[in-house]
Design a protein around this ligand. Structure first.
Ligand SMILES: [Zn+2]
Length: 428
C-alpha cells in the first residue's frame, strides 16, 4: 500500500518554499495558484514513487529480434517525460542482446507504461494540446498549456502532436475506406431509441479555404481550394419558448475532404452506413442545385434517401408549380423571334426544374415534417471549416490542413478520446 509520507520528504526545501508561498499569498486567487504549485509537486512525487517501486519488480526479458536469445539487463538508466504536471523522471532497467546485436536498447517498463522509445511528452499533455489546437491557433494552444503545466510549451511541439494524432486518424480512415471498398460494411453506431426512430438527414456543401502557394512557401499568391463537407444527423423537433416548433439536428456527424465530390463520396457513404442509412425509417438528402452533389445522390444514396432540392435555391428560379412551369416553358421556347439570351435562360430554367422534378414536392415534405431548406446543412458544413481554418491572415499547407482537419472531425464526431486511447473525463 502506497503511503504519501514515503514519497514526500518533509524536509524537502522545494516543498517548504512552496508551502511558504501558500501561507504568504495575499488574495484568494494567489492562494489557489500557490496551492496548485504544491499539488503539482506532490503529484510528481507520487508518480515517481510508484514508478520507482515498479522499476524494482522482477521482469521477464523479451528475446532479441535478431538472434532470438533472451535480452539481458545492463542495469538502470534514467528516463524523463514531460507531463501536465511538469517533468517526470524514473530509473528503470534497460536491456541489450548478450550477443551484441545492433538493436535499440529495450526498456520493458516503458513498454508496459505505453511509452514509445522516442516519446518526450506524456499522452495526457499531447491530448490536451491537440484538443486546444482543434479550436485555437497553435501559439494560443501552446500558451494555455504552459499555464497548466507550469513550463514553456512551444507551438511547434503542439503542431508535432497534431501531426502524430492526425496521422493516426487518417490511417484509421484509410483502413475503413479500404474495408468498405472490399464490401465490408461498418457496424451502425448505437443510438437511443428515440433517435433511431427519427429521420436521418444527409447533405453536403463546398467551403473554400486559403492555402499557401504551390510548394508551401509562406509568401506569394493565396490559393483558394474547395473542401467538400458532408453532414449526417437525425432530425428532431424542438418547441421554443414562444411555442414555435423548429427543426434541430441531433447526433450530428461530419465528413470532409480536401478534394472533389469523387473523394467525398466513399467518405459520406462510410459514415451513412455507420449512421444507419440502411435501417433508418426515413432518409432525406437535402441539397442545393450543385450538380456533382446530385450525381453523388443518384449513384450512392437514391436507393435509401428521398432527395429534396433546397427550397430557397429553387425559389430563385421563381418556381410556382413545377409541371405548369415546365409546360409554359416548352411553349415559351417555341415562340418565334425569342431573343437568344431569353432562350438560353429559359432552357437553363427548364433543365434545372426538369432535373429536380422529383425533388421539389414541398407540400408533401412539410406534411412529413421534413425541412425544405438546406441552410442547416450548409451552416454545419461551414462551421467545421470557418471557425478554425479561415482566421484573419491564415493560410495553410495541405499537410497542415489535413492533419488538423482530421483531428477536428474526430472531435465533432465524438471519436477524439478513442484516438488517444485515454479518457480525460472528470468522472473517473
Ligand atoms: Zn541478438
Amino acid at each position: 500500500m502506497l503511503c504519501l509520507h514515503d514519497s514526500i520528504r518533509h524536509d524537502d526545501p522545494a516543498v517548504q518554499r512552496l508551502l511558504g508561498a501558500v501561507e504568504d499569498a495575499p488574495s484568494l486567487t494567489a492562494l489557489i495558484l500557490a496551492a496548485w504549485q504544491v499539488a503539482r509537486v506532490l503529484t510528481v512525487h507520487l508518480i515517481e514513487a510508484v514508478l520507482a517501486e515498479r522499476a524494482c519488480r522482477p521482469l521477464a526479458w523479451p528475446r532479441c529480434p535478431q538472434c532470438g536469445v533472451f535480452l539481458r539487463s545492463k542495469g538502470f538508466a534514467t528516463r524523463q517525460v514531460m507531463s501536465l504536471f511538469g517533468p517526470i523522471r524514473w530509473r528503470r532497467r534497460v536491456g541489450r542482446c548478450p550477443h551484441g546485436c545492433a538493436i535499440p536498447q529495450v526498456a520493458p517498463l516503458d513498454e508496459t507504461l505505453g511509452i514509445q522509445p522516442q516519446q518526450r511528452t506524456s499522452g495526457e499533455l499531447q491530448q490536451l494540446g491537440c484538443a486546444l489546437a482543434v479550436f485555437v491557433p497553435f501559439a494560443t494552444a501552446a500558451r494555455l498549456l504552459g499555464w497548466y503545466s507550469g513550463r514553456t510549451v512551444s507551438p511547434q511541439a503542439v503542431w508535432g502532436w497534431v501531426q502524430a494524432a492526425g496521422h493516426r486518424a487518417m490511417e484509421t480512415l484509410q483502413e475503413h475506406l479500404h474495408a468498405l471498398a472490399q464490401g465490408d460494411l461498418p457496424a451502425p453506431e448505437a443510438l437511443a431509441a428515440d433517435l433511431a426512430a427519427a429521420p436521418l438527414v444527409l447533405g453536403a456543401d463546398g467551403v473554400m479555404v486559403p492555402f499557401r502557394p504551390t510548394g508551401g512557401q509562406p509568401t506569394g499568391k493565396t490559393r483558394w481550394q474547395e473542401i467538400k463537407v458532408g453532414v449526417l444527423a437525425r432530425l428532431g423537433q424542438h418547441r421554443t419558448r414562444t411555442g414555435k416548433v423548429v427543426t434541430r439536428l441531433h447526433h450530428r456527424r461530419l465528413v470532409a475532404v480536401l478534394g472533389g465530390v469523387d473523394a467525398l463520396q466513399p467518405r459520406l457513404w462510410l459514415e451513412a452506413v455507420r449512421q444507419g442509412i440502411r435501417q433508418a425509417p426515413q432518409v432525406v438528402w437535402l441539397s442545393d442545385g450543385a450538380r456533382g452533389l446530385w450525381r453523388l445522390y443518384e449513384e450512392r444514396l437514391a436507393a435509401y434517401a428521398v432527395g429534396i432540392l433546397d427550397f430557397y435555391h429553387a425559389a430563385q428560379y421563381l418556381w410556382k408549380g413545377a409541371d405548369g412551369v415546365l409546360a409554359d416553358l416548352v411553349e415559351a421556347l417555341e415562340v418565334e423571334g425569342l431573343p437568344d439570351s431569353a432562350r438560353d435562360t429559359l432552357t437553363a430554367l427548364y433543365a434545372y426544374l426538369d432535373r429536380h422534378r422529383d425533388h421539389i414536392d414541398y407540400a408533401q415534405y412539410k406534411d412529413l415534417g421534413l425541412p425544405i431548406g438546406s441552410g442547416m446543412v450548409e451552416s454545419a458544413c461551414k462551421w467545421l471549416i470557418q471557425q478554425r481554418f479561415k482566421g484573419v491572415g491564415m493560410r495553410w499547407s495541405e499537410n497542415g490542413f489535413n492533419h488538423l482537419l482530421h483531428l477536428r472531425l474526430a472531435w465533432v464526431n465524438g471519436r477524439f478520446e478513442a484516438l488517444f486511447g485515454l479518457a480525460l473525463s472528470p468522472n473517473l
